[in-house]
Design a protein around this ligand. Sequence first.
Ligand SMILES: [Ca+2]
Ligand SMILES: [Ca+2]
Ligand SMILES: [Ca+2]
Ligand SMILES: [Ca+2]
Ligand SMILES: [Zn+2]
Length: 574
Amino acid sequence: MKKRIGWAAAVLLCLATAATARVNLNFNHYFDRDEVVATLKQLNQEYSGMTKLRSLGKSEEGRDIWLLTIHNPKTGEELDKPAVYVDGAIHGNEIQATEVCLYLAWYLLDKYDSVDMIRELVDTRVFYIVPTVNVDGRARFFERASGYNIGRTAVVPFDDDNDGLVDEDDYEDLDGDGEILQMRIRDPFGGWKTHPKDDRVMVRTQPGEIGEWRLLGLEGIDNDGDGRLNEDPVGYLDMNRNWGYQWQPYYVQSGAGEYPFSAKATRAISEFIVSRPNICFHWAFHNYGGLFVRGPGSKLSGLYSPGDVQVYNYLGEEGEKIIPGYKHVVGMEDMYTTYGDFGEWMYCSMGTFGFIGELFRSEELRYRKPGQDEERKAVMDLQSTADYELQQFNDNLAHGTLFKPWTDFDHPQLGRIQIGGWRTFTTRMHPPFMIQEMAHRNAAMVIFTARHTPEVKLELLDTKDLGQGLTRIRVRAVNMNALPTLSGRALRDRLARQDIFSIEGKGLETVSGGVVQDVVMDRVDYVKHRPHMIFTHVPSFGKRDIQWIVRGTGKVTVTFDCQKASNRTLSLEL
Ligand SMILES: [Ca+2]
Ligand SMILES: [Ca+2]
Ligand SMILES: [Ca+2]
Ligand SMILES: [Ca+2]
Ligand SMILES: [Zn+2]
């Protein structure tokens, strides 16, 4: 009996422990706008000592753009700690980026007490998290009839078809099912036929073959009578083409906006980032490809510094192991050219390292035998093959919920058509049962890069009496993390202040000083002026040795003053 009580008590204790998460979140569904805001407020309230929640400003439709700062003030000043900036859903329809941000925030706070590595990280770093950049676009996804490609733009009027009318032909939910899906109409010369094994799937006709269907695009009518459907919907301003480095106007870069930072969110966020020189890494999450993307985004940016590329390669290659199937790629080379995107502004104007995270991989959905990819490439119409496979996933894992079967509908202008297709929360969205693992792995990748923000240890190498009242002092700054205290780009273009090593003491005269190039060969780059202050930086996985020759005695203080790593001081007695 005694034994049994012990066992029951143990179970109760276990349950109690499991239930002590201070904020319980379920990553088995998508968080709508209200739930995102409520979650941020809850985290902020529960962890008030370590979080700050503030609105960076309002969107075009008046929604707050929330920023959650995670910082422990008991372990130092915010601006004296290296910071990682993380955001999501600058493209409003790429909604799961927000879940990654929320999961990251929750994980850092929830594990603070129980996981040593997380506590140490949170005590020594700052996290700036903007879960949703395009708050209007993402809200539309939940609040109004939408489709998986709708909501990418900022809600800024733009005349897409150049007819002098603005946003005059948007989509309509014709059948009133709350979603904007595909339309098709019978047409033997329409270029499409039905898949022989699955009548939900469309296959392109071969040359000489009579078809069955013509695809009409998304649901809607020709609102302005110009003979075209949905040709001028809301927007289009792509906030990831609206940043101030190598920005190009809309006739070069579609979606650029009228001028750099013309969207409310890009303006508000850029002002915040400029006010935080401690940011040394950025993450911006999107939703397609399974990628860690770095720049250059266009030829105009020039090549990235070789040393910086090594840092990117180290982090990217480790990341490929943290998230199976993800690839580390270069935007311009492996994807397409972009102008005025966020990552490029961060690297080329702010001098920070970072990745654009592309979350969803269609390959995750279905198991393929080794070599099957090669077989697939031999298939003439790869898109139909992929669509067919996706239907099997839809049937066997989602039980038909991802696709709306084609259904007859009488279109007011076109007559008898059919409406159907992949539903709103599909195609580039993880099915709900996969959200948590996706969010955890990507948060873990953010944490991995945060652990590699620079951390400098300052140590005294030696002091040597040179006679005639002169002493040589050598200090060493060691950084065993991947990120240097200054990127090669920032150094080249003077984007951020260099680190300052300085020496002072009462009555101390600094005769000379400089960076030691070779401590064995005694080679030093002496500075000409003001030798008590040495401007330099601490490299990736490396050290910087500084030497001074001073005259005087007493207490001497050496200071390492850095924007992108915590400052250090060292005292000695001469
Ligand atoms: Ca127009
Ligand atoms: Ca428009
Ligand atoms: Ca509909
Ligand atoms: Ca029209
Ligand atoms: Zn995107």
